[in-house]
Design a protein. Structure first.
Length: 324
């Protein structure tokens, strides 16, 4: 069996869809559904069992010899999280527990890290560089960075799964993100307004070297992220921490124009001041270096911004049923 934690979430449910598409239905999904429509993220997909996170440890105690791999994607993913104890309970400790189990049982482990570990980007976005000097800007990024650091330390001591990878996901967008509220991509937030010909808002720049709306991000389509993870499951031989992005920084202005083009409308944009409370922590540029994952043998192609947005809009956001 293959285990996916966070399986009802954004990336997790897309991975379950990808596994089903590759012929795998022997999937154990681990998550909460809550009351925010996350059940729809799994409604079209097949799996073998559903486990609540509180019962996952007991489940693993009886799973020896039965697990092919674990994708550990479950976590608090809000960059605005402020409860440090909750972050330890739901992000750091479960990751350590899963790592130790996979090490003991000799099961490959693939887990979600984040580009938030790079902090303000002053040290670049190169996953071949040592990570000790990285300083994340928020609690979520710190939790991911702390586990990355811990995983590398364990590996240096010979206490690691037989194969493992941590994925530093950049700005992921795509179907099944609708439960994420403020953490949704601005494509999902603004599609209906653009389609209706209404104005949308982007942040003004508060730096002289960037024009309004020209803040840059590495936007990566969720389907590409899943292709990477499926490749690691079936073909990769190397272990380590890898960037997962498009490798091309694009502006928020470009993103909204691509959304408008896909919707057959001209995006009408107004620029508003950025809230003061986030100005000193705001990233103006992210761009994944993809050399390491290419060197590891991954040769899959990533959607361009325009192609990814066009697929997202035409096949999901513009449909009465937007779920994959």
């Amino acid at each position: 069996m293959i285990i996916v934690t966070g399986a009802a979430g954004f990336i997790g449910s897309n991975l379950v869809a990808g596994l089903n598409g590759s012929g795998r239905k022997d999937i154990v999904v681990v998550d909460w559904l809550g009351s925010d429509q996350r059940w729809k993220n799994l409604a079209k997909h097949s799996f073998e069992d559903f486990i609540f996170p509180d019962d996952f440890g007991a489940f693993l105690q009886n799973a020896s010899g039965k697990v092919e791999a674990i994708f550990h994607l479950g976590a608090i993913s809000a960059t605005t999280a402020t409860d440090g104890d909750e972050i330890i309970r739901k992000n750091l400790k479960p990751s350590m527990d899963v790592w130790r189990w996979c090490t003991r049982e000799r099961v490959p482990l693939f887990y979600a890290s984040s580009a938030a570990t790079y902090g303000d980007g002053s040290l670049g976005f190169d996953d071949t560089n040592p990570i000790d000097e990285l300083r994340p800007l928020n609690l979520y990024g710190w939790s991911k960075h702390t586990f990355d650091t811990w995983a590398l330390a364990q590996t240096s001591l010979g206490k690691a799964p037989p194969r493992w990878a941590g994925f530093k996901f950049f700005n992921v967008y795509g179907p099944n993100e609708y439960h994420k509220d403020d953490m949704m991509s601005i494509i999902a937030k603004n599609f209906a307004r653009i389609s209706a010909g209404e104005k949308i808002s982007l942040f003004k720049s508060h730096r002289p070297d960037y024009r309004d709306g020209e803040q840059l991000r590495d936007f990566v389509y969720v389907k590409d992220c899943c292709s990477v993870m499926l490749w690691f499951l079936t073909k990769a031989t190397e272990s380590g921490i890898f960037n997962v992005g498009s490798g091309a920084a694009r502006s928020f202005y470009d993103l909204m124009q691509a959304t408008g083009a896909a919707a057959g409308k001209q995006a009408q944009i107004e620029f508003v001041p950025m809230p003061e409370k986030i100005r000193d922590k705001y990233q103006y540029f992210t761009q994944a270096s993809m050399d390491k994952i290419r060197a590891a043998g991954y040769d899959g192609q990533f959607h361009s911004l325009e192609a990814g947005v066009a697929d997202y809009v035409a096949n999901y956001l513009a449909k009465s049923d937007p779920y994959i």
